[in-house]
Structure formats: structure tokens, C-alpha cells
Design a protein around this ligand. Structure first.
Ligand code: XMP
Length: 515
């Protein structure tokens, strides 16, 4: 294991993802984690991440400098370099010139970290402070025209760089991280899908024993992969609950249910609660209220179904003791981060709370994984592409894409338009290239003309964005031909829409969803 200590950089998770890409397991911990907890993990190496503070700030995160004396190889990145310099007797100052963006770095001393790399590196910089005096024992290993770009004390097994090797813009970044993890730390490249699947199945078997579990399926990648993994461990003792909340995509309820049951062999109870949800949504126009209504209703439907299953199991002498959730690693990191949970701009909820009187214990088989790893695992489990490659879809579904009141009629209109968008994006080979692509139904009517008839109907907006993780996003420059096809098909095929517009707002300042 490589332990990455997070000093608050926006790139910290990327360090872990990059290291895992060459099959070495790595975890992210807050930089304030007590030393004995870090040691308990028996790390093969430590990485100190970047961060937004200055090391000499009184409010800099309070990491224990004693970690620099741990007997493992250490790699400091950006703030990590400055932390090392500051705490081992060197000096860090605010630079006259902030380095931000692409930079060229000269390697001036061969070290194990730079082994096999060219003498000039193409890197990504983002710092306002720099090291002006190195601690005793350290040597400068690389520099830019303005500043120190790399230092090392190979006897003490500490290396550091001022640039960001984890960012794709740093061309030789992967090699550098590989040098650190494999050669310097001596990690084995054994974090593979097969290894993960095998150990997870064994762990779940041991955990659940002869017990029973339930799981809420959303149709998305995470809950499906979690369910399939657990089913591999305990078979039909896992019951999945799939709820139609009335705001799913066109035909989704039937299609997903069939795939889950027939292709994945899951034991699924499908609950059509569309009317319950739509009744509760009547008259609701505020986005956050819509989320609360849907979240609350989901919990109540799930609860009702779980109770039925619970009763049936009980009369058969069994008891459900476990609830499977598709929690991912970013949520785990987020909930313990130094910055505290980042501000929720929209209240997100995928899976409802626990049925209160059942005291279910949680199984979270994906809590060590990033999204791209979940996809890799799913593929290895033989799950179909139509599930693995699915674009993210919000828990409150089409409700947050229907501006204004959600009615059965408006859901039907948007389902038709959305289906056309998905079809055309897939036909153009863009479905996997964009992060999300969908239609939004606006509460705006406008005048049009069809044949000899004047029309007065709804407006639909098309949204397509490119993104790495949904936190930031660029609007996607879809080819005009694709937009033309989408627009003409929607206007001619979807009754109730006579105008199509394209959303060209990035996030920030926009959000991906319109509500
Ligand atoms: P925004 O609109 O905040 O979306 O830029 C970022 C990502 O989150 C998804 N999203 C949601 N997912 N429940 C969810 O499960 C929600 O209430 C919700 N709102 C937005 C959105 O689709 C995008 O992928």
C-alpha cells in the first residue's frame, strides 16, 4: 500500500488513481491522521500531496512533522515538497512570480525518481511559494528558469517535486510515479480486478455467513456492480429492490429489470411505484423540494418492500441482517477530508436510509474503488456494456430535468426527447466520449409552424458535457450534424415540443443539471 496524505489539493484523488493504474493499491488519508494510524497500515511508501495553503501560514493544516521520520520512502508533491523543506530546516517563501500551467523542467541530477526520464520534463505547475534554502542533506535535482523543481535526500529516502506528476499535462508523470511506487518503494503490482473480485467475494462470504441481504438497485453502474459482487458471494440470499419512481427514462423500468434478472441472474423484486411518486410530486416546482419528496418517498417504498421480504424470510426461519450499498471511495475520502465535506450545492441522495426498525448492517463492497475501477470490475464480472458504460443519471431522475411541475404528461414528453438524444449520441459514437448528454424540458412555450399549422408548444434544451468526475465540466462541442439530427427528430417525432435549444454553459458557473 502507498499512503497519500492529503493536504487539500484538488488533485489528491488523482494521485491515488494514477498509482492504482499500474495496479498498486493506494489510499488517501487526511494529512492530520495520527502517526500510529498511518503506521498501522504498514505502508510501503508515503506521498505528501499538494495543497492550497502556505507551509508557514498559521492556519496551514496541522500534519505531524514526525511523519518525515517514518522509515519508508517519501515523495512530496508541490505543497508536499514545501512541507518537507519547511520542517527539515530549509526555507520556503512566497515567490515573486507564481508558476501556473505548463513549464519546462531541467533534470540536473540523476536520482531513482527520474530514472529513465529525459533530461527535460514537460510538467504542470501550480504554486505561489517556492523553496529558497534546502534542508541539510538535500540536493537540488531539477529546476525551472525561476525556481527549484525537484529535491532529494536519497540516504534518507525522501524525494520531492514542485510540479504535479499526477496531472495528465505532466507528460512523464506516470513514469515518475511508477519509479516511486514500484522501484523505490518496491510495491507489487497486484491490485488487479481479479484480485479485488476474489478477495471481496471471500470477505462478503465471511461477513454475511448464512445471513440474508437486501440491496436497492438504481439501474446505474455502482449499485449493479455492488449487487453482482455480493450475489457472487451469497447467491439468492441477496434480494434486490428496483423501484420505478415514475421519473426513469423511457422503457427503463422494464429494460433494466430484464437485464438484471436475465443477464445478471440477480434476484430482483421490481416495484412499480410511479403513481405514488407522481402523486407526491403534484404541484411541486422547487428543485430541492422535488429531491426531498423523491428521496423521502423512495425510503418509504423501499421500507415497505424490505419489510415484506423481511416478514417472508422470518416465517422461513431466516433473517435479513445486511444492506448492500454502492458507496464509492471518493465519498469515503470526502467524508473524512481535512477540508470537511465540500459544500453540497444540491442535496444529492441515491439510496434511502435504512429501514429504521430493522437495524441492518452495511456491506459496501465498492468503498475502496474509484468510478473507473468500478467499471473495470464490472467488465471483469462479465456485465454488459449497456450497464457498465452508462452515463451517470441523477437519483431524482427526470424530475430535475422537467423545470416546473412534474406531471405524467410532461414526463412522457421528456422521455421521448431524451430517448432521441441518447440514440443519436450513440449513433454518432459520442456516448462514451461525453460525460452526460440529455434533454431538459423547459416551462417555456413558443410559437412555431408545422405544415400550414401554427403551433404553440414546449421548448426543450439539449445538454451535453465533457467531464472527468462531474465536479467541473465543459459544454461539449457536439458536431452541428448531430445537433441538427437531434433537433429535427425531436420536433417532428415528439408531440408537445416545437423548439430545441442547445445549452453552452460550462460548470462552473453552471451546474450540469438544470435544477
Ligand atoms: P450538478 O448538476 O450538481 O451535477 O452539476 C453533478 C452530477 O451529479 C448528478 N446529480 C445528482 N445525482 N442525485 C444524484 O444522485 C441528485 O439529486 C443529483 N443532482 C445532480 C448530475 O447528474 C451530475 O452527474
Amino acid at each position: 500500500t502507498i499512503v497519500i496524505l492529503d493536504f487539500g489539493s484538488q488533485y489528491t484523488q488523482l494521485i491515488a488513481r494514477r498509482i492504482r493504474e499500474f495496479n498498486v493499491f493506494s489510499v488517501v488519508l487526511p494529512c492530520t491522521t495520527p502517526l500510529d494510524q498511518i503506521k498501522a497500515l504498514a505502508p510501503m511508501g508515503l506521498v505528501l500531496s499538494g495543497g492550497p495553503n502556505s507551509v508557514y501560514d498559521p492556519d496551514a493544516p496541522a500534519a505531524d512533522p514526525a511523519l518525515l521520520k517514518m522509515d519508508v520512502p517519501i515523495l512530496g508533491i508541490c505543497y508536499g515538497l514545501q512541507f518537507i523543506v519547511h520542517h527539515l530546516g530549509g526555507k520556503v517563501e512566497s515567490a515573486a512570480q507564481r508558476e501556473y500551467g505548463h513549464a519546462s523542467v531541467e533534470v540536473i541530477r540523476e536520482t531513482k525518481l527520474f530514472a529513465g526520464l529525459p533530461g527535460t520534463l514537460d510538467v504542470w505547475m501550480s504554486h505561489g511559494d517556492h523553496a529558497v534554502a534546502l534542508p541539510p542533506g538535500f540536493e537540488r535535482t531539477a529546476e525551472t528558469a525561476n525556481a527549484v523543481a525537484g529535491i532529494a535526500d536519497e540516504d534518507r529516502r525522501i524525494w520531492a517535486v514542485q510540479f504535479h506528476p499526477e496531472v495528465a499535462h505532466t507528460r512523464q508523470g506516470m513514469e515518475l510515479l511508477r519509479n516511486f511506487a514500484l522501484d523505490i518503494c518496491g510495491c507489487e503490482a497486484n491490485w488487479t480486478p481479479e484480485h479485488f473480485i476474489q478477495t471481496t467475494i471471500e470477505r462478503v462470504k465471511a461477513q454475511v455467513g448464512t445471513g440474508h441481504a437486501i440491496c436497492g438497485l438504481s439501474g446505474g453502474v455502482d449499485s449493479s456492480v455492488a449487487a453482482v459482487l455480493v450475489a457472487r458471494a451469497i447467491g439468492d440470499r441477496l434480494t434486490c429492490i428496483f423501484v420505478n419512481n415514475g421519473v426513469l427514462r423511457k422503457d427503463e423500468f422494464a429494460k433494466v429489470h430484464a437485464t438484471m434478472r436475465e443477464q445478471l441472474g440477480l434476484n430482483v423484486v421490481a416495484v412499480d411505484a410511479a403513481d405514488r411518486f407522481l402523486t407526491k410530486l403534484a404541484g411541486v416546482t422547487d428543485p430541492e423540494t422535488k429531491r426531498k419528496v423523491i428521496g423521502g418517498e423512495f425510503i418509504s417504498v423501499f421500507d415497505d418492500e424490505a419489510k415484506k421480504i423481511f416478514e417472508a424470510e422470518k416465517s422461513a426461519g431466516e433473517e435479513i441482517a445486511w444492506l448492500v450499498q454502492g458507496t464509492l471511495y471518493p465519498d469515503v475520502i470526502e467524508s473524512s477530508s481535512v477540508k470537511g465535506p465540500s459544500q453540497t450545492i444540491k442535496s444529492h441522495h441515491n439510496v434511502g436510509g435504512l429501514p429504521a426498525d430493522m437495524k441492518l448492517k452495511l456491506i459496501e463492497p465498492l468503498r475502496d474503488l474509484f468510478k473507473d475501477e468500478v467499471r473495470r470490475i464490472g467488465r471483469d464480472l462479465g456485465m454488459p456494456d449497456e450497464i457498465i458504460e452508462r452515463q451517470p443519471f441523477p437519483g431524482p431522475g427526470l424530475a430535475v430535468r422537467i423545470l416546473g411541475e412534474v406531471t405524467a404528461e410532461r414526463v412522457a414528453i421528456l422521455q421521448e426527447a431524451d430517448a432521441i438524444v441518447v440514440e443519436e449520441i450513440k449513433a454518432a459514437g459520442l456516448y462514451r466520449k461525453v460525460w452526460q448528454s440529455f434533454a431538459v424540458l423547459l416551462p417555456v412555450k413558443s410559437v412555431g409552424v408545422m405544415g400550414d399549422q401554427r403551433t404553440y408548444a414546449n421548448t426543450c434544451a439539449i445538454r451535453a458535457v465533457e467531464s472527468e468526475d462531474g465536479m467541473t465540466a465543459d459544454w461539449a462541442p457536439l458536431p452541428y450534424e448531430v445537433l441538427r439530427k437531434i433537433s429535427s427528430r425531436i420536433v417532428s417525432e415528439v408531440r408537445g415540443i416545437n423548439r430545441v435549444v442547445y445549452d453552452i454553459t460550462s460548470k462552473p458557473p453552471g451546474t450540469i443539471e438544470w435544477e
